[in-house]
Design a protein around this ligand. Structure first.
Ligand SMILES: C[S@@+](CC[C@H](N)C(=O)[O-])C[C@H]1O[C@@H](n2cnc3c(N)ncnc32)[C@H](O)[C@@H]1O
Length: 251
């Protein structure tokens, strides 16, 4: 195979690998604590999340009352073949609507199967998106541009995880430049790591197994991207030195 084609395949494989990073509950809680006021009476949609293994789902169920949520919709994609619980390829995609229960326990009867594959771009998923006020998730990195474009097209508020490089994509950079979206609070080492499936090769010092036996990698190259207001955004940067008179220190 020509070197170029091989490189392309390797790059694609690398990209698809990061599509299988699952977010830790602690990282979700650490970011979400800064946005609580936005969620009262709102419908939240997690459209790249299997409620059986998504910590976004867990977070919103656990904090449903405290946030004053109206509804949580969580939808999964059928091609989750090698995820945390090794869901089989031929399994149907479904979504789950949660409006809070006294016990907070998941009721299986509320699962609704999609006719299609649950792709966030599918008409069925878009119908759910239209009902939503805020979308919160860690979407597939390989489809990040399309993912953000769709949120903008439907005028949705969102808080999502992406790769730090995403801010250099011209479509994303333009939105930041126009003040339509901005960085969240945590980024880089501020996001402690992602759970990866068993087949994922662990290497390097930034990997570990947590107390629950989950395999964690810490790529330290992710960020939160949002169009929800945060007070942090308006904090003045404490300046410590002037350029004038210190030119040599600013080569
Ligand atoms: C980076 S993982 C994150 C999973 C979960 N949101 C979390 O944070 O733990 C991205 C997820 O998007 C799903 N996915 C991939 N392509 C998708 C698509 N076209 N539409 C919806 N979900 C998709 C994958 O199956 C995977 O579960």
């Amino acid at each position: 195979m020509a070197r170029n084609a091989t490189n392309k395949l390797l790059q694609k494989a690398k990209k698809l690998k990061s599509d299988e990073f699952y977010t830790q509950l602690s990282d979700i809680a650490s970011e979400l604590q800064h946005y609580k006021e936005h969620f009262k009476g709102k419908v939240v949609y997690c459209n790249c999340d299997d409620p059986r293994n998504s910590n976004f789902f867990n977070y919103f169920v656990q904090n449903f009352k405290e946030l004053g949520l109206k509804k949580l919709i969580t939808a999964c994609y059928k091609e989750q073949t090698n995820d945390l619980f090794d869901i089989k390829e031929n399994e149907n995609a479904f979504f789950y609507e949660y409006s809070g229960t006294e016990s907070g326990i998941l009721n299986k009867a509320d699962f609704v199967y999609f006719k299609g594959d649950g792709d966030f771009r599918s008409p069925e998923s878009i119908e759910l998106l239209k009902q939503a006020d805020i979308v919160v998730t860690n979407p597939p990195f390989s489809l990040f541009r399309e993912y953000v474009a769709q949120l903008m097209e439907y005028g949705k508020k969102f808080l999502i995880i992406g790769n730090i490089n995403a801010i250099t994509y011209k479509e994303i950079f333009k939105l930041i430049q126009e003040n339509k979206i901005w960085l969240g609070i945590n980024l880089g080492r501020g996001i402690s790591g992602f759970i990866v499936p068993d087949h994922y090769e662990l290497y390097g010092t930034e990997t570990r197994i947590d107390d629950a036996g989950n395999r964690i990698i810490s790529p330290n190259n992710c960020l939160w991207l949002t169009n929800l207001e945060t007070s942090r955004r308006h904090e003045d940067i404490v300046l410590t030195k002037r350029y004038a008179g210190n030119e040599t220190e600013y080569p």
